[in-house]
Design a protein around this ligand. Structure first.
Ligand code: SAM
Length: 282
């Protein structure tokens, strides 16, 4: 297919989809609004101080807190004509540091050999993780979430660098499974997982990015690169999966495109049979 060809091409790896779901970004960008008087527990159950309720703004603040801090139960009580909010914290924040390391390691160990949804092999997950940590990348994009194996490796690295991943998946079932996996692995708070067609979502993302992993429909790799490369920061890298061995026309065209970019240095890591191209911006 030539660069910029029409959108009739099938999505490899997209699986049989009966219905397309349009872009539905999950709002992971909400920042928790600090709430005075709340006793934050790391894990377990905690009861906060009563907060006098000023209904509208206070509710918004708590909605943010719920999104970012786990499960909260709000008890509303009325005392002497004043309405009070009693926040009850029944689940903790996402773990960090060594606690997170143990949780991710345990999850990956338990799931070893069970990644059957076109997921990357462990060695490629490790490769992506190490690249991010080595270069201290923080603004990451993944095209093709599937059930989240590579996303977990990427987000684990970003937890160490203070970064965040946006990942895009077309298949609603895989997207749902990925969300559950991200949560179970302990990395959900580092990920903005979007359901929808990357052909539409990716060009609309503002960037900038310093790490991109392309692993969705191979015949669209060049178009993804064309859309994203201008938004890759200097020193940042655009990586792509399945570029080794006998490659499809789409991949061959993509590699030629990346190698011809005047401001990119492209190498191919073949430590796994799939092969990962790494194009870094000079
Ligand atoms: C090779 S798998 C990704 C594996 C994933 N990176 C991992 O290692 O866990 C490719 C995924 O891209 C998705 N996909 C294909 N075309 C897409 C598109 N146009 N937009 C979004 N996702 C797409 C497929 O549904 C599939 O789940």
């Amino acid at each position: 297919m030539s660069i910029g060809a029409a959108r009739a091409a099938p999505r490899h790896g997209a699986g049989p989809l009966s219905a397309r779901t349009s872009a539905a970004p999950l709002d992971h960008h909400k920042k928790a609004t600090p709430v005075v008087g709340f006793q934050k527990e790391h894990y377990g159950v905690g009861v906060g101080f009563p907060v006098i309720l000023s209904v509208g703004p206070t509710f918004d603040a708590w909605a943010g807190a719920i999104t970012n801090m786990g499960t909260l139960v709000l008890a509303v009580a009325s005392i002497a004509g004043m309405t009070l909010l009693l926040p009850v914290h029944i689940a903790g924040q996402q773990p960090t540091g060594t606690e997170l390391d143990s949780k991710v390691k345990a999850f990956l160990e338990q799931r070893k050999g069970t990644w059957h949804d076109l997921n990357v092999p462990e060695s490629d997950g490790q490769l992506l993780h190490d690249l991010i940590v080595k270069h201290k990348f923080t603004r990451a994009l993944e095209i093709g979430t599937s059930t989240g194996h590579s996303g977990i490796w990427i987000a684990w690295a970003l937890a160490k660098t203070g970064g965040r991943l946006t990942t895009v998946e077309l298949d609603p079932g895989r997207h749902r499974t990925a969300l559950a996996n991200f949560k179970e692995a302990g990395v959900a708070s580092y990920i903005d997982a979007r359901l929808g067609d990357a052909h539409d979502i990716v060009p609309a993302l503002p960037g900038p990015f310093d790490f991109v992993f392309s692993d969705a429909d191979k015949e669209w790799y060049t178009q993804y690169a064309q859309a994203v490369w201008p938004k890759v920061a200097r020193g940042g890298c655009f990586t792509a999966h399945n570029v080794a061995g006998r490659v499809s026309r789409g991949i061959a065209e993509f590699l030629a495109y990346m190698k011809a970019l005047p401001d990119a240095t492209t190498t191919v890591d073949t430590s796994s049979s799939a092969g990962v191209s790494i194009s870094c911006k000079r």
